[in-house]
Ligand binder design. Structure first.
Ligand SMILES: Cc1cc2nc3c(=O)[nH]c(=O)nc-3n(C[C@H](O)[C@H](O)[C@H](O)COP(=O)(O)O)c2cc1C
Length: 429
């Protein structure tokens, strides 16, 4: 089975069509449009069991199967390249180094779903990824791999880039579609599901960039080859962007089920040989695990879920001993407050309250009952909002409080961090 990073080692030219074709690029698309029926492609993707790499790990084949071919409606496909989850920078690696892999995979998916116009919704701050993908689209169009009568077949498809404007919520699938429609990027209530009524009220599939980038390999090598790597419940590989207190931060591709301890080793261990205090395994919306909890774990969906967390968006943040968790939570809550779109009351008001309370604690004006308040406001968001932002902020808050409560109590009582003099995680209020 193809590993993304091994197949696309970073060179000066790895993003170009010539380089991609020299590695067999677009041969799978050619076979698909010449020899396969759309439903055959979806069947292979379903059999592979590839789960979404954007956060929720929903099986891609199941999502695709909802689209009814020949229903007389236009269908849409959107690659989610918003990559807004703090700590996550692995889709960016694909866009910069293997944009043609994403495009070939999107064209195969578009063929399976009978899509004429596919979109890439890209994070507004991305510059090089945008230039690389835009130039890859130009190259593919000029080579007859995109546009009308692709590779001489009856299949027509264009891929268009839509650039966001820096909103975290616009990474949520329904907000993303609303934003493409030119409206304020508010998430939408479900049902109806986006696969029933999505972009312009038409059946739409939204998949993460990495999820889609797996499609070419799955169709080329078959579902069995994909399943030969990873675990029974978490097949394939995953890109993990490791940041924080490690000696060698960066994007790593692991077989699902890879031991955390080995990944930490691959990253050169904890910075300056310090002890491991905690890890946020999948972007800040996944629950924090202590060093002792994560050290023996295998990195797959089932192991992380059993430990009370998740692989989330693949953004792993390593936290060394000596880091102040109060300041860390302050940074996180400032982010959630800033990014709440304001549509749902519990999130709009709750994020403000969480942020103000943590600021108050850091300012030395915290009250003993503030810890319970943080818990209560976090719980008030649980399941009461249209999208997952409020839930995520609540889980992050209660997750950190559950495991590091004494640090909060210390700050409230002594009006300073237990770690003062060691400002590993500096935050201004
Ligand atoms: C507030 C919020 C932000 C999100 N941001 C992203 C994002 O930047 N990229 C992404 O792929 N998914 C993001 N998601 C998840 C998407 O809603 C959706 O589940 C995902 O794009 C589906 O693709 P997948 O099934 O391939 O993972 C976000 C969800 C929420 C609630």
């Amino acid at each position: 089975m193809t590993k993304l990073i091994m197949t696309f080692p970073v060179t000066e030219t790895s993003h170009t069509l010539a380089s991609y074709r020299s590695r067999g690029g677009y041969a799978t698309l050619e076979r698909v449009v010449r020899e396969m029926r759309p439903e055959d492609v979806t069947r292979e993707v379903t059999a592979a069991g590839v789960q979404g790499r954007g956060g929720a790990a929903f099986p891609a084949g199941r999502k695709w199967s909802v689209i009814k071919l020949n229903d007389g409606q236009p269908h849409y496909l959107c690659a989610n390249a918003d990559e807004g989850e703090p700590g996550t920078f692995k889709d960016r690696w694909i866009l910069e180094n293997a944009p043609h892999l994403l495009l070939e995979s999107m064209l195969i998916a578009a063929y399976a779903l009978q899509v004429r116009h596919a979109f890439v919704y890209m994070r507004g701050e991305f510059d090089l990824p945008y230039r690389r993908l835009a130039s890859a689209i130009d190259e593919a169009t000029a080579a007859g791999l995109m546009g009308e009568r692709i590779l001489g077949s009856a299949f027509d498809c264009d891929v268009l880039i839509y650039r966001g404007a820096g909103s975290y919520v616009c990474g949520e699938a329904s907000a993303l579609l609303t934003s493409i429609e030119g409206k304020r990027g508010y998430p939408r209530n479900r049902p109806p599901r986006l696969t029933v009524r999505g972009l312009y009220q038409r059946p739409t599939v939204v998949n993460n960039v990495e999820t889609l980038s797996n499609i070419t390999g799955i169709v080329r090598d078959g579902a069995a080859a994909f399943r030969a790597v990873g675990t029974a419940d978490s097949p394939g590989t995953r890109l993990v962007s490791v940041s924080g207190h490690v000696n060698r931060p960066g994007v790593h591709e692991i077989d699902l089920g890879y031991a955390f301890e080995r990944l930490l080793d691959d990253c050169g261990g904890v910075l300056d040989g310090r002890a491991l205090k905690a890890v946020i395994p999948g972007g800040i919306s996944s629950k924090v695990l202590t060093g002792d909890e994560i050290m023996p774990l295998a990195l797959d969906h089932e192991s992380l879920a059993a430990a009370g967390s998740s692989l989330g968006s693949g953004g792993m943040i390593v936290i060394a001993e000596g880091t102040c968790m109060v300041r860390l939570l302050q940074v996180m809550l400032r982010f959630y407050h800033h990014e709440s779109c304001g549509q749902c009351t519990p999130c709009r008001e709750g994020m403000g309250w969480l942020h103000r309370i943590i600021d108050r604690i850091v300012a030395g004006e915290g009250r003993p009952e503030d810890i319970d308040r943080l818990y209560r406001i976090s719980a008030a968001n649980d399941g009461t909002t249209i999208c997952g932002l409020g839930d995520a902020a609540g889980y992050a808050t209660s997750g950190i409080l559950n495991k590091f409560r004494p640090e909060f109590e210390y700050w409230i009582e002594h009006k300073r961090s237990r770690f003062d003099g060691n400002l590993v995680c500096r935050a201004s209020s």
